[in-house]
Design a protein around this ligand. Structure first.
Ligand code: ZN
Length: 226
């Protein structure tokens, strides 16, 4: 089991890196208001909190019983897709109070859900006893144990498909994070090859050109104003 700070840092610095990159670029090139800094900090704090959600029973178990048992909330395994989905509703509720905008509330919900799923991902890599499919299947499993197999001794198709499921799981978490952050103003956008410098500035966007290809460095300012 990774330490809480590792879960938190994994979500903030790895999965949310697009937000950090876009924000720093916009802050350097255009400047941002202090409210934007608070927006960033609040978002990352929420993401950090929900990345720890599956271990949250450890808090009251420690206070009540002096143990750090953290895998069960009553009869419900916390390291499951079902319990992780609570993060969606919790974060969406906070989003509705914060933004008073249904779309942004849903985006924050997905952001919180992705944070919670990232916890399962890291625990799976570390020691892999995740009851993903509770209540349909109560067995603990490790998706990542399917990655490390000897090709000559196993069912080729079975482990290939299992490997693809792992990749899709990781990809889903990343896309959920990137999409929700982009919707909330922190993100990137593809700049078509034919776009000239200056075209983006008409839309309050700033671009750089390098090695014959164009890439966007930031467009958070206009989306944050939505
Ligand atoms: Zn855990």
């Amino acid at each position: 089991m990774p330490y809480p700070v590792v879960h938190l840092m994994f979500f903030v610095f790895c999965l949310s890196s697009s937000a950090l990159y876009g924000f720093v670029n916009t802050a350097r090139s255009e400047g941002v208001q202090w409210t934007d800094w608070w927006h960033l900090v609040l978002l990352l704090m929420l993401g950090g909190f929900f990345s720890l959600l599956p271990d949250i029973p450890a808090v009251w178990n420690y206070l009540m019983y002096g143990t750090i048992e953290h895998t069960m909330a009553g009869p419900v395994p916390t390291h499951s897709l079902l319990f992780s989905s609570l993060a969606f509703f919790g974060a969406a509720l906070i989003g509705q109070l914060l933004y008073r905008h249904r779309g942004k509330a849903v985006a924050l919900g997905i952001f919180g859900w992705a944070a919670s799923l990232s916890h399962l991902l890291l625990d799976d890599v570390a020691d892999g006893a995740i009851t993903y499919f509770y209540p349909f299947d109560n067995r603990s499993m490790s998706l990542f144990s399917y990655v490390n197999v000897d090709l000559a001794e196993v069912n080729f198709m079975y482990y290939n498909l299992a490997g693809m499921v792992i990749v899709l799981f990781v990809s889903c978490i990343m896309l959920m994070t990137i999409w929700s952050l982009n919707y909330l103003g922190f993100g990137f956008r593809y700049l078509p090859l034919g776009t000239r410098i200056g075209d983006g500035e008409k839309n309050n966007e700033i671009y750089v050109v390098g090695s014959g290809h164009s890439s966007e460095v930031g467009h958070a300012a206009d989306t944050l104003k939505k």
